[in-house]
Design a protein around this ligand. Structure first.
Ligand code: ZN
Length: 256
């Protein structure tokens, strides 16, 4: 893992969401990289602060905020508060506002980073798809036989991607090849639909379980799902409903 990948995963790691293999990679990097280790410490320090911010305010804090007049009228009606108490209330509100802004900023920044990481991945997936079509390099192992394609990956990547021929569902298997996404080798399976091709990228991990449409990239549709410890991204010029059908057919074939 490089620094960029570690930064993308730092929240997932702090939340204990990474699988064992990626946790090991993550920890190996952190052990040798002080700046990523510092990023992890920051995230860990912020998490309890954010959780803590949802606790109910202590009674005396509540009372002093509620007592603080909201308008000059209120001051007169309530007979007014001593100036010192008003100043204390005002500092308290300023402090709360700053804390709220910091916490909001943290969430917005976090969401932004996650979104841009996802956007980069979708762009890489689309590039890989376009490259495979343009270079006429769909497969390193060209075979419609899953029993030929599956063992071909052995020794080339450190996981065993499931391979299913979906000819009966109208998506015959064309072959498989290695791809590099985010600097890591992943499995790519190629399927045909009429004159079109579907690239199915597979690697270990399972963040999303249901089949989900991703934002189309440069006219290509992308669906994303996870199943049994593997993450899948399918990309193609076929329509989104057809691509979702492909995802369902693949999942169904796996369960048989
Ligand atoms: Zn680093």
């Amino acid at each position: 893992m490089n620094c960029e990948e570690v930064r993308e995963l730092v929240h997932a790691y702090a939340d204990g969401e990474l699988d064992v293999a990626r946790s090991v990679d993550f920890e190996r990097h952190i052990a040798n990289c002080e700046s990523c280790a510092a990023a992890l410490r920051n995230v860990r320090a912020l998490k309890p602060a954010i959780r803590g911010s949802y606790y109910a305010a202590p009674d005396d804090l509540r009372a002093s905020v509620l007592r603080f007049p909201s308008s000059p009228d209120g001051v007169r009606q309530s007979g007014g508060l001593p100036a010192a108490e008003r100043r204390a209330g005002s500092w308290l509100l300023t402090g709360l506002a700053i804390a709220a802004a910091l916490i909001l900023g943290f969430f917005v920044g976090d969401a932004f980073l996650r979104r841009s990481a996802n956007q980069n991945l979708l762009a890489e997936i689309t590039d890989a798809h376009v490259r495979s079509l343009a270079a006429n390099h769909l497969a390193d192992v060209a075979s419609s036989d899953q029993h030929t394609v599956r063992p071909w990956f052995e020794g080339k990547i450190d996981f065993a991607p499931p391979v299913e021929d979906l000819a009966t569902a109208g998506f015959p298997l064309v072959g498989g090849r290695l791809e590099y996404l985010r600097g890591r080798p992943v499995a790519a399976l190629v399927y045909q639909r009429r004159k079109h091709f579907v690239n199915l990228f597979i690697w270990p991990g399972d963040h999303v379980t249901e089949i989900r449409d991703e934002k189309p990239q440069r006219g290509y549709n992308i669906v994303h799902w996870a199943n049994d410890g593997m993450t899948y991204f399918a990309v193609s010029e076929i329509s989104a409903p057809e691509l979702r059908q492909f995802a369902r057919d693949f999942t169904t074939a796996l369960s048989h």
